[in-house]
Design a protein around this ligand. Structure first.
Ligand SMILES: Nc1ncnc2c1ncn2[C@@H]1O[C@H](COP(=O)(O)OP(=O)(O)OP(=O)(O)O)[C@@H](O)[C@H]1O
Ligand SMILES: [Mg+2]
Length: 279
């Protein structure tokens, strides 16, 4: 049985200009121990589709699907208390804006301890000890001191590690990481990805990694879903996708990799699509 299975997910937003379809009939599934990458350019509906899984879209969103299940349990029709037991515990998400996701007014320790107390029912002292352990696990230096820092007193990479620590605190079965490394410089990106992959293996988690970076996909994913304007263009095992991309949009993404660059600037996806359309 798939860990997460989504069939024909559509998300429409009510806007002043009428209904806007951000996700248009997407199928996604991920198994235990599997790393699924979702790729596609900005605005292709990657975040919105996963926020729909988390139940975190605003009221202006209308979500429909033929199926949205987690280990066979129906996410769309389960009661609110039942869903609250799953989300944030068995399914967690690292959000796209790590620094904005942390509250600047509270120490990072307070924020992770709150999750441990509320979601896992730990006492204050248990939560503190576990938070320090988690900070160690995600490679935050001097965790005993850093736990009392405010987000602005930490680097971007350290804030991202705090977000990862919060996301893995409950040993989730599925972790959704939305562009977890985009805001970071290249060496830190590599460290954070390595950390995520180590944790994924150690906990046997399913991991959905949202990225626009095909280099990251090549290094991490088992399987890839390519999204464009709210639709799934292609889905393939990672090696097949790189060796034999079937969809023009996938070829466009791959041709935008630096090693495929020709001329004096990198081709963009729009260049490539224009070329395909002209043929
Ligand atoms: N709350 C909202 N109300 C209306 N439209 C929205 C809302 N949230 C997202 N959208 C629109 O839905 C589309 C998909 O957005 P989404 O954030 O999923 O893109 P994305 O693929 O994650 O892009 P990026 O790579 O930039 O993160 C975009 O056109 C976006 O403007
Ligand atoms: Mg996004």
């Amino acid at each position: 049985m798939s860990l997460l299975k989504i069939r024909n997910l559509t998300v429409k937003f009510a806007t002043a200009a009428g209904a806007f379809t951000a996700v248009d009939g997407i199928d996604v599934s991920v198994d235990k121990h599997e790393v699924l990458a979702i790729v596609g350019e900005s605005g292709s509906g990657k975040s919105v589709s996963m926020l729909a899984v988390m139940g975190l879209l605003p009221d202006t969103a209308t979500i429909t699907a033929d199926e949205m299940t987690f280990e066979g349990r129906d996410l769309l029709n389960m009661s609110a208390p039942e869903r609250r037991k799953l989300i944030g515990r068995e399914i967690t998400m690292i959000f796209q804006e790590p620094i904005a996701s942390l509250n600047p007014s509270f120490t990072v320790g307070f924020q992770i301890e709150e999750v441990l107390r509320l979601n896992l029912g730990m006492s204050k002292s248990q939560a503190r000890a576990r938070a320090i352990e988690l900070f160690k696990a995600v490679g935050i230096p001097e965790p005993e001191t850093k736990i009392d820092a405010y987000p602005h007193q930490m680097s971007g990479g350290q804030c991202q590690r705090v977000m990862i620590a919060i996301a893995i605190a409950s040993k989730p079965r599925l972790l959704i990481a939305d562009e977890p490394t985009t805001a970071l410089d290249v060496t830190i990106q590599k460290q954070i990805l390595d950390l995520l992959m180590d944790l994924q293996e150690e906990y046997g988690m399913g991991l959905i990694l949202i990225t626009h970076d095909m280099g990251v996909v090549a290094e991490t994913a088992d399987r890839v879903v390519v999204q464009y304007k709210g639709k799934k263009m292609e889905e393939a095992d990672v090696l097949d996708l790189f060796e034999n991309p079937k969809n023009p949009y996938t070829r466009a993404l791959l041709s935008a990799l630096p090693e495929n660059a020709t001329g004096d600037r990198l081709p963009t996806v729009s260049d490539f699509m224009a070329q395909e359309n002209a043929q």
